[in-house]
Each structure stands twice: as structure tokens, then as C-alpha cells.
Design a protein. Sequence first.
Lengths: 585, 384
Amino acid sequence: MSGHSEPFITKYLFSHDHKMISRQFLITGTIMAFIGMIMSLLFRLQLAWPGESFSILNVFLGDKWAPGGVLDPNMYLALVTIHGTIMVFFLLTAGLSGTFANLLIPLQIGARDMASGFLNMLSYWFFFGSSVVMIASLFVESGPAAGGWTVYPPLSAVPEAMPGSGAGMTLWLVSMSLFIISSLLGGLNYIVTIINLRTKGMNMTRLPLTVWALFVTAIIGVLSFPVLFAAALLLIFDRSFGTSFYLSDIYIAGEALDRTGGSPLLYHHLFWFLGHPEVYIIILPAFGIASEVISCNARKPIFGYRAMIGSILAIGFLSFIVWGHHMYVSGMNPFIGSVFVFTTLLIAIPSAVKAFNYLTTLWKGSIRFTPAMMFAIAMVSTFITGGVTGIILADAALDINLHDTYFVVAHFHIVMGLSAVMAMFAGVYHWFPKMWGRMLNKKLGYLHFWITFICAYGVFFPQHFQGLAGVPRRYYTYSEFPLFDGLQDISILVTLFAIVGGLAQFIFAFNFVYSMFRGPRAPQNPWGANSLEWTTPVEHIHGNWVGDLPVVHRWAYDYSKPGKEHDFVPQTVPLEEGEVDGEGH
Amino acid sequence: MASFLIFLVIVLGIAAIVQVIRVFEISNFLQGEDGISVSPRETNSLRISLVLFVAGFFAFFIYLWVAYKQYFLPESASEHGAAIDTLLNFNFLIITIVFVITHILLAYFSYRYANTVSPKATFVTHNNKLELIWTSAPAVVLAIIIIYGLTTWNSAMLDTPDDSINIELYARQFDWTARYAGEDNVLGKSNYLMISATNPLGIINETKLKERLSEMDAEAAELEASRAEVYPGGKTDMEILDKIALKKKQKGRLEQMYAQGENEDYSVADDDILTKVEFHIPVGKPVNFQIRSQDVIHSAFMPHFRAQMNAVPGMITNFYFTPIITTDEMRKKVGDPNFNYLLLCNKICGTAHYNMQMNIIVESEADYQKWLSEQKKFFVAGTN
Ligand code: HEM
Ligand SMILES: [Cu+2]
Ligand SMILES: [Cu+2]
């Protein structure tokens, strides 16, 4: 199969090969991320210097949305909305899971490919279609969806409520529907593959934590995305077929609508039933990547492998019963709020266990600071910094005053956005040689790392302080409130960090593209890692292994095991007489 | 011309990048290494940089705290808010400790166990005792946080006192209206079908209801008349017909409501008072805010009182609190004679979401009564 050359179309476009699909996800996700990032820079300009004219705004948005270079308030909301949607779904869900689940699941479990290459291909193309529709929605006459990434009805349901709730919102829903299909096709495939296609000897308790994390992620996705689909469907009905699932007693644009009996709270529940698991869909793969990269580069087994699996499972389960913490002041019964306080704070326990285990993996290690390792360490830092503020928000009494302020923006960007982005970078730096057969440039990697890490905190950390001053999020300008004048400096600081951090991503883009073609050729196992992906040929072949599939004899974390010749023992090396595998007991 | 310039800039940009790459390649910056091995020099500078980073991060934290503490919300102007602030401080203390300790460990381990100073790793897979400790320690701390937090939450949210003053906060794109219940302390009923230019909150009393019913007839007749100007049976005509049908249906619903509400005392609405721009509340008395929305979700956010509740179309939500510091006292405390308590909208609601505000004046009971007596009753104001 490997020898003869394949036509371009089946090799690069409609490929069934998981390695190619992984690269497709990575590149599409990255392009979307750049679009999302540029959007954020555009609205940050307005936030730092409200009402100021910037010709760059006019260049990007034209006379309609930035007349005279001043951002239009509706466009501000649209940018915030599409930025959020792109980053949460297109980059950190599809881009992250799509890339690493596709690359790593078959390679790390010892399978020739995904269970269904065809569905896998469909999953990518639905994602691609969904991206195209989302981008197309930017060019709609009345503007793209602008009701926030959560698109709460009635704002999103009634076209009269804002310009973005017209055709732009319709396209948003179409795009998200395609997206959900993509993610279901992908997720089912990942689950089936992990359950059925593990090679001989690869028991569940020998799986690398990346695979465990991607496995639980896929399960969460398959259970929660259908609920978002239902929510979107009902919203489509309300918008287009006159139903009243979410609408009741609305008087807008001089008319009393013919809608009664629905409830906007129904949408809240349905949305966050996905929405909260969604944040774990984003963070679990990041955990998986961090575990792998940290253990390999500390040259030491991941600390508490079983505890890590336990906490992944616990987080996966608990993530389904905490959604109400987004609804403390939504009008939901305060007693139900109490229940969600309890469940939400419970989830902090497995999260804390994970953080401690990362720290102890470093302890007594022999750390090699590759760029991937730097990003993984950064991920541990951001997860802690962002996670601890979750404890504050989880307390409903405190959330009363912090809900929808910049404190929340700081919390979720750091815990979810930064952690997942740092882990994604770690993953790309670590597995680039596996993906493209070449090495990324290390010096550019360090440069990229430091600017990104410093600017990331520079952007989001100060936002806590705006939140504590009561500054609401999603405001086009704060100049109507003299109360907040003193905090304008923070907005400017944040925007400056955002610009520098944004520019640094071009270093990464350059390194990526350059190294793809001209980087030094990768050796078989550049990092001295144990897992199976490093036993496949550097040049990709269909079926991954020449000849028989490898047989697994041990867990993936035998680093610096006493009495061994090297500081790593690949999973394919048989156990010696009397040698204990894994954590041993 | 402009697009030509942009094109030129792009071309020049690409040319510049290609040149830079060449320079890099010649200087071996891009090619002189294998991309794998990390030299001891690099390792040492990285482990030191990580320590400096964490130190810098702490400094940044302290700087922000010191520089911006003055802008944090002043002490709570409501009774329940004081408990919330204590809870916040307690939680902050705990998470700051966790944040600082874990970051010190992160920096220290990175520094101490870099492969230049720790050439060999120790093979440790797990430690049940340690793991038990760091599972149960957070569990205990969290149990305290949960219990403490829930007590505060319940006391803030449950059991609105019977003697509260009832005030409605009514949101629409893009302003707020406050409605006082008048002497009887009962807010009159309302219905969105009652909303008209002269009755923006859709409040019901007997006269207003009848007025609205005939108004609806007039509106239907007006629509009927407008059909003369459009092509009969065409698209616009059909739309108008739909609107007429809806008008009739909605009128039927109002009539039905009227019929069913025979025993309803609509006169409780007669003494209701509406205010815009600002509203007053007396210090030391519980105020029960009943929150409604005309169109989309808004949120009544009164940060100085540690109060927030969404305004949701189709339902009435509520939040009560007891103000304990008057506006005058707070002005002295914050040292700003122009300070005002604010009501803001804190749920994205459309174009002008960023500017939906009302001032809240907290004053003595006597001043409050005086102010209230100067306000016109809505139906008196509205009907003349
Ligand atoms: C340590 C455990 C965590 C707790 C207790 C927690 C708690 C909370 C709470 C209560 C809110 C709602 C705040 C509000 O809207 O007023 C919130 C918002 C959010 N959290 Fe967390 N969180 C935790 C970890 C995470 C993680 C791990 C992620 C992502 C990976 C995450 C992502 C988010 C997001 C995206 C939002 C905001 C959504 C929005 O309103 O737009 N959180 N968190
Ligand atoms: Cu959540
Ligand atoms: Cu509003």
C-alpha cells in the first residue's frame, strides 16, 4: 500500500488516513484561530481607546462597520461573539481534539487507523463546511451573530432585537449544526477505536494518559453535543417557524409578538448542559498532552497514573452536574443554585489532584526544557491560576456580584483558554516531528514561548481587578460611567499586551511553515519517549507500521527506571524476569 | 488606489520576510541546530528565567493590587453585602495561599530539578499517603467553603421579609424604569399586550384596559385601511391581513383575561408611580425588587449593594436587600461629592447595552417620603 503514489485528491483532500486528517484539523483550526485573534485585537483597540479612529479598523471592516475608523457598537458585539465562538469551538474543540485525537489515538494504541476512516474524513469535512459557513456569516449585509457566544434568546431569536440576529444568526446556527455533526462523527470514531483497536498487550491500564483524556473527552462530547443540537434546533424553530420554546410575552420594535408560554431559562439549561461539559471537552485533551509532555521531559513517570485516570473520570462525570453555576442569577430558583454550588465545588477536588500530580512529577525529575516542556509548565501555571478563581465564582453568594464582570472573563480565559492553548502549543512542538517528519526551530520556539506566556498573563490577569471593581463584560465602551474612569489604564495595558502577544504568534506561524519544508529531518524518536507513536516510520505510511503491529509489554511511563540501560523503556520492550509493570503494588 | 497600496505593502512584506529568512539561514540561526538537544547553557538560562518569571508575576500581582485597590467597590451598602464581602475575603485568602505555594513549588522544582543540576531522575510512580493528603486536604477546605458559602447565599436569597417595600425594575432596550407600588405597597398587574405609547410597562387598571381594547380596534381598522394602498392578495396585503388577525387574537386574549379576572382588584395599580433616570430608597428598610423585561434578557446589576438578578421576558424575578449606607454617607466615605449608586444592565441585550443605567439614591426615611410624595401617580400623569 505504501509504495505507489496516490492522486492528490485522495492523498491530501479526501484522505481517510488519520495522520493526514489530523494535519487538516490542525491547519484549519490554526487559520480559524488567527481570524479569531485578529478579531480580538480589533475590539481591544476600541476598549483601550474608545471612540478613537483607527484606519486599520476601517481597512478590515469597511465604512459600514467602522465609519471613519471608529468601531460600530453592533460590530463590536459581533466581533466579541464570533471571536468567542471560534476560539471555544473551532480552535479548542475541533482544532485541539481533532488534531491530537486523530494523530495520537491510532498511533498510541497501536492501530493501523481509525475504526472508520470514512467517517473520520466526513468529520473533517463537516468541520471544514462549518468553518466556511461561520466565516461566510461575517459578510452578511446585516452583520454576523452578535448576541454573545452563548446566543441567549430572545436576543438571538428575534431578528428585530439587533442586526446580528437576522441572517447572521441563521448562518451561525447552520454552522454550529454542521459543527456538532462533525464532532459526533469524530467522537464516536474515537471511542470505538479506543475500545476495539488496541494492539496486543495494550490494556486500558497501560494506555498513555493522552489516550485516556481523549477517550473521556469523546464520551463527554457524544453525550452533551446532542443537547446543544436540540437547543439549536428549538432556536431555529422559534426563529423560523413561529414556535415559542424560548419566547413569551415579548413586546419589541413597537409590536407585541404572538408568542406565549416559552421560557428563556429552558435555553439556559440546554445550552449549559453542553456548555459546561464543553469546557472540559477543551481542558481534558490539554491535560492529556501536558501529562505526556511533562513526564517525558522530566524523564520521570507521571506521578499517580491511576489517580490521574481516576480524576479524569471523576471530572468527566461531575462536569455533567454543574451547569447551573452559570445560572445563579438567571432567575433560577436559589435553592437549586445551592445544589450547584455543592457539585461545582466538588469538581475542584479532582482538579486539585491533577495539579498536585503535575507538580510532583517535576519533583526529583531531570528536566529537559524543550519548547514543548516550557509550554506544558506554563499550562500547569495557568490551570492553577485560573482554577482557583473558579472556587470564588462557584460560591453563588460571590457570583451575585461577579457574574458577567471581567472577573469571569479573566477566570475562563486563564483556566480554559490559556491552559488549552498552552497545551496545544506543547503538543504541536512535541509531535511536530511525528506530524511532518521534521523538527521545529527551538530558538524561535523559546522566543515564541516567552512572549506568549508573558503577554497571556499580561492580558488576562489584570482583568480580575476590573472585575473586582464591578466592570461588566461585553460593554462597547465604559465612557458612560465615570465610576470606571480610573480603570481605563488597565484596558490600555491589556490591549498593549494583546497586540504584542498577537504579533508573537506570527513567529510561531513562520516557524511552523518554514520547518514544515526546511526544518532538520526528525530522527525516529527525538525525545526518547516510550509510547508507540515513536516506533512508526518517520515518513508516513498507510497502516502506520511496516509488517506486524507492535506488541505492548508495559505502561508508557518507564522513565529512569532503575537498572535499565537508557532513561526510557519503550512500551514494546518485554518485561524482565521479576520486573513489575506500571505503578506496581 | 488604496487597494493598490495594500497590495504593494503585502508584496514588500513578503519580500522582506524572505530576506530575513536568508539572513537567518546564513547566520545559522535556523539551521545550526537539530531542534532536539537543549544545551546546558540554555537549560540554565531557562530555569533561572522561570524563577524570575514567577517572581515577576508575584510583583505584578502586588502592583495591580496596590495600584487598583482604590477602585474596588467600596464597602457594601447593603446589609447582606457585608457577609458577602467577608466571604470573598476568606475565599481570597485561601486561593491566594494556594496560588502562591503552588507557583513557588513550580518555580522551585523547575529550578532544582533541571537536568543540568539533577542529571538523574528518581523513579517514583506514586505515593498513596501523599495522594490521600492532597485529596482530603482540599476536600476539607472545600467543605468549609461550601458550608460557609451556602449559609451566606441562603441568607441573601431566601425569605424576602414581609415588610419590604415593593419596587419594580422594568428593563427594555435600552433603559430602565422603576415602579413604586404606592400607599398600598401592592404593584398593579401588568400584561405585555397592554403596552402602548402611553403605557410603556403595560400596567392594567379598569379604565386603561378598556382604553386599550378600543385602541386595538382602532389599530386593526388602521391596518385595514392601509390595505387600500397595496395590491390586493399580494405579499404585502397578506402580511397586513396576518397583522390584523393577530391584533384580533390578542384583543380576544385581553378580553378573556378581563372576563376571567372578575374578582381582580385592578385599582391597586392606581397609585403606582414610575420614575426614570433615578430612583430613591430609604435607608434601613428592606426593598424587594421585582424585575421584569419587555423584550430580551437584561440584568439588574447594583454592584454597590452586591445585588444582581436577570430581567427575563415572560417571568418576574426578584431580589431584595436592605440598604444601610445613604448616598450622602457614601459620598463622604469615598471622598467623591458626585458619587452615585448605580443600576446597570449586565446581560448583553443589544446595541446600546453599554449604556443602560439609573442612579440610585439612598436617603433617610423622611427624605424618601418627601421625594415620593412629589412624584406623580402614573395613571394621573398618564391620563391627563
Ligand atoms: C476549578 C474548578 C472550576 C470552578 C469551580 C469553576 C466555576 C465557574 C463558575 C461558577 C462560572 C460562572 C461564573 C459566572 O458566569 O458568573 C464559571 C465560568 C466559566 N468557567 Fe469555570 N470553573 C472551574 C474550572 C473551569 C475550567 C477547568 C474551565 C475550562 C476548561 C472553565 C471554564 C469556564 C468558562 C468558559 C466560563 C464562562 C462562561 C461564560 O459565562 O461565558 N472553568 N466557572
Ligand atoms: Cu461551567
Ligand atoms: Cu440591557
